[in-house]
Ligand binder design. Structure first.
Ligand code: TXA
Ligand code: MG
Length: 419
């Protein structure tokens, strides 16, 4: 298709939803998406071809930024993909959704089973040192689409790609000089890097939401490493929680939120850090912190962590304000609880439960989400949290508390949370 003034740009955007057949008996249309023309100032048009030869042209709105248009195009393609799957096989959902979620021990047999399930296109939650991830084969677009479905995530926020070692990470992404100091002595626990992607790296564009960067992480948790090695490929995984809810730090949390929606959870006890990874990206070729997290960033690295509006493009993590929220309302910096509040203490402030009697930030990070889960289980409607010092891991804790305390309605595309 030739459009006047349009420039073919397959190298800058060659999305492949990478659809492979998943589970036996499920009709999986072999869809491919290609950008046939692109002109950032006027419009771009995509061809959407399925086995049936259907095509879908998506026009980029005039004035829409390249980043925003990429994301929208991927969203629309993915929505079409799902609609097509459902219309081609009315039973796809019930047949594709597992009847019961298997709880696998993190031993050799469990890891082998988890790897087999991933290879078949199924979803498997697995432990990492930060939180449990909801994993799918990052090269299988249909499996990745399943993550959004299982989480009830209404928009296509990009996902972190997990790999077993730095060598594999280098096959997927380029690591500019500026980020090398972070991984010089091996990949640290709890760190994710957002770096430029290599061409034709096989990662589904649903994972990157059509962006030219990829968020990549090498977990240090032994069971995660063993799973990645047994599977032998990249695993895309957001935190293993229903969209907009608290991350899971145990297999029980995963079961509470996702039982019956995913094939299995690999149970390896509680995550050691208990809070999501720190995300570092690049701005003008210099490292910046996009999300505070389990890895404590050396001083001097600037922070760009304010909540982003996903509709304007996720080039910083789509950290919607109302992320990480328990059911109850959260109030921060509460030295004293008000009537009806369930008080979460820290240090000298005892509370009904405490994040850490000793005022230990590591312990508090580990307990934060577990405390939110406990509040949910008790049906708590209002949670007051003692002040947490805004240093080291306290920055990540306060970041999660601010988001949990933020107003909830009207966020994300379609007015819903997107985490
Ligand atoms: O500890 C963690 O980070 C866990 C474990 C499972 O790895 N994962 C996790 O994923 O917290 P998730 O999806 O809940 O948060 C990942 C964040 C999202 O806010 C997303 O917007 C951002 O990473 N992200 C992913 N790819 C990105 C990219 N290319 N550019 C900027 N941000 C990106
Ligand atoms: Mg999350």
């Amino acid at each position: 298709m030739a459009l006047s003034g349009a420039k073919a740009s397959s190298q800058s955007f060659a999305p492949s939803l990478g659809i492979a057949s998943t589970r036996s008996g499920v009709a999986s249309p072999n869809l491919s998406v290609s950008l046939t023309s692109w002109n950032p100032t006027t419009f771009c048009r995509m061809n959407w071809k399925s086995l049936t030869g259907d095509q879908k042209d998506i026009r980029v709105r005039s004035g829409e930024s390249r980043l925003a248009s990429r994301q929208r195009v991927v969203n629309e393609c993915a929505a079409t993909l799902r609609a097509e799957i459902v219309s081609r096989n009315q039973n796809v959902k019930s047949r594709d959704m597992p009847e019961e979620t298997e709880r696998l021990a993190a031993d050799e047999a469990g890891i082998t089973r988890a790897a087999e399930l991933l290879a078949s296109g199924a979803l498997v939650a697995f432990p990492t040192e930060t939180v449990y991830g909801l994993g799918a084969d990052a090269r299988n677009g249909l499996a990745v689409a399943g993550i959004y479905e299982a989480k009830g995530r209404p928009c296509f926020n990009p996902l972190i790609t997990h790999v077993s070692d730095i060598g594999r990470a280098r096959k997927i992404a380029r690591f500019p000089e500026a980020v090398l100091p972070f991984i010089r002595n091996g990949w640290p626990a709890g760190l994710t890097l957002v770096v430029p992607m290599r061409e034709r790296n096989g990662i589904s564009s649903l994972v990157t939401a059509g962006q030219s960067t990829v968020a990549i992480r090498v977990p240090v948790w032994p069971a995660a490493k063993a799973l990645l090695r047994a599977f032998g490929g990249p695993i895309a995984a957001p935190s293993a929680n229903p969209s907009g809810r608290i991350s899971s730090t145990t297999a029980d949390h995963v079961m509470t939120g996702l039982r019956g929606r995913i094939a299995a959870v690999l149970d390896d006890g509680a995550s050691s850090a208990g809070i999501e990874s720190t995300i570092i990206g690049l701005r003008d070729e210099e490292p910046v912190v996009l999300r505070e997290g389990a890895y404590v960033v050396p001083d001097g690295v600037p922070r760009v962590t304010s909540p982003a509006d996903v509709s304007s493009g996720v080039d910083s993590p789509g950290q919607l304000a109302s992320h990480y929220a328990p059911s109850g309302l959260v109030r921060m910096n509460a030295r004293v609880a008000e009537p009806g509040e369930w008080h979460l203490g820290f240090g000298d402030i005892k509370g009904n439960a405490t994040l850490s009697h000793d005022g230990d930030l590591r312990e508090a990070a580990t307990r934060l989400f577990a405390a939110f889960h406990e509040a949910d289980a008790r049906g708590v409607e209002r949670i007051a949290v003692a002040p947490i010092p805004d240093q080291d891991l306290g920055r990540a804790i306060n970041d999660r508390l601010r988001r949990a305390a933020a107003p909830r309605p009207g966020l994300g595309q379609g007015g819903q949370p997107c985490g």
